[in-house]
Design a protein around this ligand. Structure first.
Ligand code: GDD
Length: 332
């Protein structure tokens, strides 16, 4: 049987690397684009262990002609658009770059898709950050919840989400949005809150440093594991029709509760080791996220395998092992 071909933007990120592993296991040929970077190794450390069925190419969402050329050549069956400026707080510092990449970049890849590979299926990494201030009366966000984004990042994602729907209806394309709530793992960038808390707490427990410094501990998030969430992406493109889907655990916890769990496991005292620093606050905070994922659970039979505790335990054990083996100066 002919191998299915996938094209992934953002392949070097947390989700791109887990999705690539999943698709290679399913016998896909995977192509991914990376941006030019002066230190090549930094781009590849999440994916360098993967096989010959993976090909990395240079490309950029801001360069439509290169996207078109690649899609014409590769002829993918599935396109996963995971590339983005994905850090919400940083989007307040670089709003224009964020909008160009996350909004106009999606327009670029949709145009290339429509013109060069219209029979492919298209997945857009949409985000629960799009809901912003909006929560339904029962305390959940779902596919029908209005969107009131609270950051340049959230605004850019709403633009892209609407474009994907528009391309689906206007040009009869199989274009889908996965509205993913927060999802974490040991591969999460260290400036997102879970991995930041875990790594720094482990270093405190080992005596390498004294404090964990964070921002708003009263925000609530619905945290799942990235490995579970990339399975949802694949299911979304392999359903009989294109649609938009919320992917979430349905449980919410505050940043403070997450820190409590990690500190308890490592026997750390908050009074002694936790500091609040204004520099990590956002001009406007998204205060509360809890996703209702009944639609994808019922229709696509998706459900998360990791619990919140299993996920944090895996991260704590990983970083404990890492820092015990390596000198702390050898970070990555
Ligand atoms: N990053 C960070 N650093 N966040 C902190 C800190 C800190 O020191 N202290 C408190 N927080 C709070 C943030 O204010 C936010 O309320 C929460 O922790 C989670 O922050 P992040 O882990 O940075 O994630 P996010 O929710 O802003 O965005 C992530 O999830 C979105 C889906 O809802 C990103 O992965 C986005 O790309 C994604 O779309």
């Amino acid at each position: 049987m002919k191998k299915k071909i996938a094209f992934i933007t953002g392949i070097a990120g947390q989700d791109g690397s887990f999705l690539t592993e999943l698709l290679l296991k399913k016998n896909y040929k995977v192509y991914g684009i990376i941006r030019r970077n002066s230190v090549v190794e930094h781009q590849r450390n999440r994916i360098e262990h993967l096989s010959k069925n993976l090909e990395l190419l240079y490309g950029d969402l801001l360069n439509e002609s290169s996207l078109a050329q690649l899609l014409r050549k590769i002829k993918p069956n599935e396109i996963y658009n995971l590339a983005a400026q994905s850090h919400v707080r940083i989007s307040f510092d670089i709003p224009e770059f964020t909008a160009k990449t996350n909004a106009l970049g999606v327009l670029n890849i949709l145009q290339a898709y429509k013109n060069e590979a219209p029979s492919a299926k298209f997945y857009q990494a949409s985000s629960s950050e799009m809901f912003g201030r909006s929560v339904d009366k029962d305390g959940y966000q779902r596919e029908t919840t209005p969107m009131e984004p609270t950051s340049p990042y959230g605004c850019s994602k709403v633009f892209a989400y609407n474009l994907v729907k528009h391309f689906r209806f206007a040009y009869k394309l199989f274009a889908c949005n996965g509205i993913l709530f927060n999802h974490e793992s040991t591969r999460r960038g260290s400036n997102f809150v879970t991995n930041k808390v875990v790594k720094n707490s482990v270093k405190i427990a080992l005596g390498f440093q004294k404090y964990l410094e964070v921002g708003n501990i009263h925000a609530y998030r619905d945290w799942g594991h990235a490995k579970d969430y990339v399975k949802a992406m694949h299911k979304i493109l392999n359903y009989k029709k294109p649609d938009d889907w919320v992917v979430a655990t349905g449980q919410t916890r505050s940043v403070g509760q997450m820190i409590d769990y990690v500190f308890n496991r490592l026997n750390l005292n908050k009074k002694k080791h936790l500091r609040i620093n204004k520099k990590f606050f956002r001009p406007e905070e998204l205060k509360y996220l809890k996703g209702d994922s009944r639609k994808i659970r019922k229709t696509l039979k998706w459900k998360p395998e990791y619990s919140f505790e299993n996920m944090l335990d895996e991260m704590i054990d990983f970083w404990m092992d890492f820092y015990k083996k390596n000198n702390r100066s050898k970070e990555f």
